[in-house]
Design a protein around this ligand. Structure first.
Ligand code: UDX
Ligand code: UDX
Length: 460
């Protein structure tokens, strides 16, 4: 039986954003056919298997209930473009590693290549939706590429940034704070925008669907991430002052967060923020400001990244000075490698630079994580056999001089720390980079405990 779908929707890029987002649209809108394509055939094979390429709570169930019904994964990008009326583009836009803007600007080569491929294959009019995070005015560049031939085909470019956070992606997609859609203010722009609004209205209340001009939408995504990261750098900056003054960062965060104007979210002091977005998007914003001659504004936002680096540096310095100024030959166990809990993603994880700094000190590193060990191995590939990866946290901690908590996995809150203490070298240290364990209890067991932004609890 051939099912006639109301709409054919394509997503180019089957990553952390494209895969879950399309799975949610497919789940909520059985009347649409959703196809997800990617240049990487291995990734597509994984999406078509029982072992999905990303770990995200609730994702397996969503994909199992839609795949083969109205959700399809394959590698035939050309066919996908030809058959779809709406194309989401969710290819990655990493920080540029070469040439002008290296280390700052977004690398738009995949994005532009995708635009040219759409132009080459399209046989009918399309709505193109920017899902990737992009510098302001990218839609203009895309429009210029798409109208560069006189094919007579109309392309309307919309900006629809994704605000999902990893680990809670399914909940964020199902119940978003807002959906933002930017369009040009022409008649055809508004018409295209309304078509996208109609898709989201299948499950998102209309007062949460915000429309704007296209540049505001592109910029809002960068600014959203910059504001969130700025809160973390602000609280982390204060955590360093707490450590000097015997104030307690959790108490300070609680007190300031009670002010409704400040709010209590994103005030957890940590070893530093990670993830594929925050650093990349802030640097992108910094680059844009510099480009437009706004040096002071650029410097302001760049300081958010600098404080994040400072936080990671001082974490390792604290370990070094606490452990008698020598880590050489000491076994150090990292609890967690993912950039946050409930994900296997390690991109820009603070654990990466902390590992490197510890290895520079000739420490013997053992890494444990319930979901991210494969990615951790890839991140630290260059160190070969000098790092070990152990799934079981008790085995990982055995024989170590110190544990450093990198990721706030629930698992680490409920371990038998008496048992762990017995297995460790003495004096045993624990550096809690997430402030998740019971510090007093650990101290009573015998550990010397070093939280973030709180007085240390030591036995000497
Ligand atoms: C997304 C956004 O696209 C990025 O701009 C935003 O800042 C974060 O979220 P993400 O989904 O996390 O990125 O990236 P990734 O998991 O790397 O997925 C991108 C996918 O696009 C990859 O599977 C890659 O193979 C694919 N791709 C890349 C293409 O299909 N074509 C290309 O030309 C390039
Ligand atoms: C972020 C944004 O939240 C999301 O809206 C956007 O679409 C993509 O970027 P993500 O990077 O997946 O999402 O996770 P997020 O929960 O924002 O955490 C980012 C980093 O900040 C993590 O390393 C996390 O551990 C850290 N963090 C977060 C803190 O250190 N303290 C906090 O209070 C909150």
């Amino acid at each position: 039986m051939v099912t006639k779908f109301e709409k054919n929707i394509l997503c180019i890029g089957a990553g952390y954003v494209g895969g879950p987002t399309m799975a949610m649209i497919a789940y909520k809108c059985p009347q649409y056919k959703i196809t997800v394509v990617d240049i990487n055939p291995d990734r597509i094979d994984e999406w078509n298997s029982d072992a999905l390429p990303i770990y995200e709570p609730g994702l397996d169930e969503l994909v199992n209930s839609t795949r083969g019904r109205n959700l399809f994964f394959h590698t035939d990008i050309e066919k996908g473009i030809k058959e779809s009326e709406i194309i989401f583009v969710s290819v990655n836009t990493p920080t540029k590693a070469f040439g002008v803007g290296a280390g700052m600007a977004a690398d738009l080569q995949y994005w532009e290549k995708t635009a040219r491929q759409i132009l080459a294959c399209a046989e009918s009019s399309k709505i193109i939706v920017e899902k990737s995070t992009l510098p302001v005015k990218t839609a203009l560049a895309m429009e210029r590429i798409l109208t560069s031939s006189n094919s007579g085909i109309n392309f309307e470019v919309l900006s629809n940034p994704e605000f999902l956070a990893e680990g809670t992606a399914i909940k964020d997609l199902e119940d978003p704070d807002r959906v933002l859609i930017g369009s040009s203010q022409t008649q055809s722009g508004i018409k295209a925008r309304d078509e996208l609004v109609e898709i989201y209205l299948n499950w998102v209340p209309d007062d949460r669907i915000i429309t704007s001009n296209i540049w505001s939408s592109e910029l809002s995504k960068l600014v959203s991430n910059a504001f969130l990261a700025q809160r973390i750098s602000s609280i982390n900056a204060i955590s360093s002052l707490c450590e000097k003054t015997d104030a307690d960062i959790s108490e300070v965060a609680f007190a300031i967060g009670k002010d409704k104007r400040i709010g209590d979210k994103f005030l957890n002091a940590s070893v530093g923020f990670g993830g594929s977005c925050f650093k990349k998007d802030i640097l992108n914003l910094v680059y844009l400001c510099r480009h437009y001659g706004l040096k002071e504004v650029a410097d302001y936002w760049e300081s958010v990244v600098k404080i994040n680096e400072f936080q990671k540096d001082r974490f390792v310095m604290n370990m070094l000075t606490t452990m008698f100024n020598s880590l050489a030959g000491k076994r150090i166990c990292l609890f967690g490698f993912a950039f946050k809990a409930d994900t296997g993603d390690t991109r820009e994880s603070p654990a990466i630079s902390i590992s490197r700094k510890l290895i520079d000190e000739n420490a013997e590193l053992v890494i444990t994580d319930p979901q991210a060990l494969e990615n951790a191995k890839n991140e630290l590939f260059e160190y070969g056999g000098n790092v070990s990866f152990v799934k079981d946290p008790y085995n990982a901690a055995a024989g170590s001089h110190a544990i450093a908590i990198m990721t706030e996995w629930d698992l680490y809150k409920g371990l038998d720390y008496k048992k762990i203490y017995k297995l460790m070298n003495k004096p045993a240290f624990i550096f809690d980079g997430r402030n998740i364990v019971d510090h007093l209890q650990l101290f009573d067991i015998g550990f010397n405990v070093y939280p973030i932004g709180k007085p240390a609890l030591t036995h000497y």
